[in-house]
Design a protein around this ligand. Structure first.
Ligand code: ZN
Length: 134
């Protein structure tokens, strides 16, 4: 089941600078920094009520975030939905005709299993499913 918007991912070109910007904007401190080596991405998280903001910076020129910023510039990158059973949701969406970017969930930042849907399946929005690791 889709439970809530867990976080919104924002692609940034200078994560240190952006952390300061978002700390001021949201009036809260970044509570977690984490590198996801497999994705060549550096992340920073902020809590906003029940949801979060995730800043994403590239750690290498061939990072997905570097490629994204090159094509589209900085800005909103994905919307992440918390689910209680990521494999069940992946199957449900696949059966409904959505294109998944992966067949198996992968280990993401902030203690989550994650999977992405191709944006062309969802009106140009990159959708992330995430399930908290038990
Ligand atoms: Zn995310």
């Amino acid at each position: 089941m889709m439970q809530r918007i867990e976080h919104i991912g924002i692609a940034v070109s200078n994560i240190e600078e952006s952390i300061k910007t978002w700390e001021t904007l949201l009036n809260t401190s970044c509570y977690k920094r984490e590198e996801v080596a497999s994705q060549k991405v550096d992340t920073a998280f902020f809590k906003v009520g029940e949801s979060k903001i995730e800043l994403l910076g590239a750690t290498a020129p061939d990072s997905v975030i570097a490629t994204y910023i090159e094509k589209k510039g900085q800005g909103m990158h994905h919307v992440a939905y918390e689910v209680d059973d990521i494999r069940a949701e992946m199957k449900r969406l696949k059966d409904a005709g959505f294109q998944l970017l992966q067949e198996e969930p992968t280990s993401g930042a902030d203690n989550k299993w994650v999977a992405f849907l191709h944006p062309k399946s969802s009106n140009g929005v990159l959708v992330e499913l995430c399930q908290t690791k038990k």
